[in-house]
Design a protein around this ligand. Structure first.
Ligand code: SAH
Length: 294
């Protein structure tokens, strides 16, 4: 039976609203920043093979906050380099936000930004049609592989663009997170759509293992306050629930059984801890770093 639920991704404005609220209610970006400042510098140390010009590709960059932090760590690690930065992002609104951020931030003269308003697969198509031979030193895809049809094929394509000592960085929710548990339980009822799927770093690791591709991986602890989801009719709670389930207007369109089941699971100890009247969802992230195929 076809699912009557509509994917949140179909409504860009509600998606962006729920994503912003998620960022406010979670330590998502803080935990990425900790990773970028504490662990990423060592990962970036070996890229570039001594070159004075580096090529970077950001896939699904959103508003660019995280990208700019990575670029500044890259420059600290490789003083004096210039950077060609391809931004691949299908949302016009997000690209606009990114450009505004760049225009407001001083000290970015060493970066040339190329704006590609397109999906990862359109970028791949474009690259192949133009028979591009440019190679990349650093490629990142942060919280975006949920939105491609075939995450494995996307990884393989971008890995093939890596130059000598190049690195591909992937961040997704961890298989061990509350998201992983929620998706393992409700995958078929929630997110079996063409454009959004429930994939964790656990799934990506299994794929890479099956292909014999080696990688490094890290787990980043992160939390999300989902207390508002449990107040019926709470507007913010409903937005967060849409984000968690990736379903547009989940509370209004899901069957009562599905709604009850999801809410029960969300506060189950497998997904959350409860303390001081708050329900804190396990938003742990996983990081995977892949080298150039040798
Ligand atoms: N990397 C940013 C944004 C993550 S949100 C961060 O971590 O903050 C996911 C982003 O992927 C959104 O900006 C969305 O517009 C973009 N996206 C959606 N589908 C995509 C696709 N098929 N290819 C590339 N990016 C996509």
């Amino acid at each position: 039976m076809a699912s009557p639920l509509k994917s949140l991704v179909h409504d860009d404005s509600r998606y962006q609203k729920s994503f912003e609220l998620f960022l406010e209610r979670s330590s998502e970006h803080q935990c990425m920043r900790d990773f970028i400042h504490n662990l990423l510098p060592d990962i970036l140390a070996s890229i570039g093979d001594g070159k004075s010009h580096l090529n970077v590709i950001g896939v699904g960059s959103g508003a660019g906050e995280i990208d700019l932090e990575m670029l500044s760590e890259l420059r600290l690690k490789h003083p004096g380099v210039t950077v060609d930065n391809e931004v691949v992002e299908p949302s016009g609104q997000q690209l606009h936000n990114y450009r505004v951020l760049v225009s407001q931030k001083p000290g970015l003269d060493y970066v040339k930004f190329n704006w590609n308003k397109m999906t990862a697969s359109e970028f791949e198509e474009h690259w192949k049609v133009k028979k591009m031979t440019k190679k990349a030193d650093f490629i990142h895809m942060i919280q975006m592989l949920y939105y491609v049809k075939d995450p494995g094929a996307t990884i393989s394509f971008f890995q093939s663009l890596l130059d000598k000592n190049g690195k591909l960085l992937i961040i997704l929710v961890s298989g061990e997170s509350g998201w992983g548990k929620l998706w393992r339980t409700y995958r078929n009822q929630l997110c079996n759509t063409e454009i959004s799927q429930c994939v964790t770093t656990g799934d990506i690791k299994s794929f890479l293992d099956s292909k014999g591709v080696s990688y490094q991986s890290y787990e980043l602890p992160s939390q999300m306050d989902i207390t508002e989801c449990f107040t019926e009719g709470d507007e913010k709670g409903e937005l967060l629930l849409d984000f968690l389930t990736e379903v547009l207007d989940f509370s209004k369109t899901a069957s009562p059984e599905l709604r009850t089941g999801v809410l029960q699971l969300l506060r189950h100890p497998d997904c959350s801890v409860e303390s001081n009247g708050k329900v804190i969802f396990n938003n742990n992230l996983g990081v995977i770093v892949i080298d150039q195929l040798t």
